[in-house]
Design a protein around this ligand. Structure first.
Ligand SMILES: Nc1ncnc2c1ncn2[C@@H]1O[C@H](COP(=O)(O)OP(=O)(O)OP(=O)(O)O)[C@@H](O)[C@H]1O
Length: 252
């Protein structure tokens, strides 16, 4: 489904992605771990086309997409949510979801005046809002909704394009234990055929949802295997000693 071969990217002298190779199967839940600065967000930027690699290949369903634009990759079913909120300020939850759905359905221009106009768009908005627990807040301005709801909307924007491969960058950051439990339930409710890559710092959540775990350190894949092996790995414990160990709560 998604394959990365020998992908590399440097910013000046800083090698941020170093010969990364990955294979993610259809419907797989892959958790990407790594300490701060390991290159997780950069890898997502490369996968969706926001950054061009220096070398290496990215394949979707066996097709080389390395030279394709963000939009072209989105049309093949790749979507991502961001670590920091990336919402359209001043618009309602409905309008935010509608814009994302309309762009994916090629209807953005027609929708600018009225986000309730198009039945296909509205159906997607309502379905996604329900999934991310925002049905009650559809008419609220995104500037007024609680932080946790904004984070859920962030994931909702990605879902509104009806992706086949969803990349989520620290979707639970800052939402607290209650939010993390709710997020766990939300993930389990997503369609089984949706392929998910997720950067997640909460270890219980990460190991609870992962079919497989990939660990990056200094831009390199240092582990790729089942969650139980990751949990038992001395190498991973060593990499994280300064961060997870110091906080003692299982967070990087
Ligand atoms: N556009 C850029 N220009 C220069 N350096 C960059 C750029 N983007 C990222 N970096 C550097 O690349 C390294 C990896 O950053 P990246 O954000 O991918 O790490 P990360 O694993 O996602 O970290 P975090 O967990 O803190 O989000 C960092 O040292 C960062 O400062």
């Amino acid at each position: 489904m998604l394959e990365v071969r020998d992908l590399s990217k440097s910013f000046g002298a800083l090698a941020v992605t170093q010969r990364v190779s990955l294979r993610v199967a259809p419907g797989e839940r892959r958790v990407l771990l790594g300490p701060n600065g390991a290159g997780k967000t950069t890898l997502f930027n490369l996968l969706v086309g926001e950054l061009a690699p220096d070398s290496g290949l990215i394949l979707v369903d066996g097709r080389d997409v390395t030279a394709l634009s963000v939009d072209a990759r989105a049309r093949l079913g790749l979507a991502r949510s961001y670590q920091k909120n990336n919402l359209f300020a001043g618009l309602t939850v409905h309008e935010n979801l509608a814009l994302s759905a309309a762009c994916a359905q090629g209807k953005a221009t027609a929708l600018l005046a009225d986000s309730h106009r198009d039945r296909g768009v509205v159906a997607t908005v309502e379905e996604v809002a329900e999934r991310v627990g925002l049905s009650e807040l559809l008419d609220a301005s995104v500037d007024t909704i609680p932080y946790g709801a904004r984070r859920r909307l962030e994931v909702g924007l990605a879902l509104a394009s009806k992706p086949r491969i969803l990349l989520m960058d620290e979707p639970t950051s800052g939402i607290g234990p209650g939010g993390i439990n709710a997020f766990h339930a939300f993930l389990h409710g997503l369609p089984a055929e949706l392929t998910i890559l997720i950067v997640e710092h909460d270890m219980d959540l990460a190991f609870g949802i992962a079919d497989r775990v990939t660990v990056l350190n200094h831009g390199e894949v240092v582990f790729d295997g089942p969650p139980q092996e990751a949990r038992d790995s001395a190498l991973i414990r060593e990499i994280y000693l300064g961060s997870w160990g110091a906080e003692g709560g299982g967070h990087a």
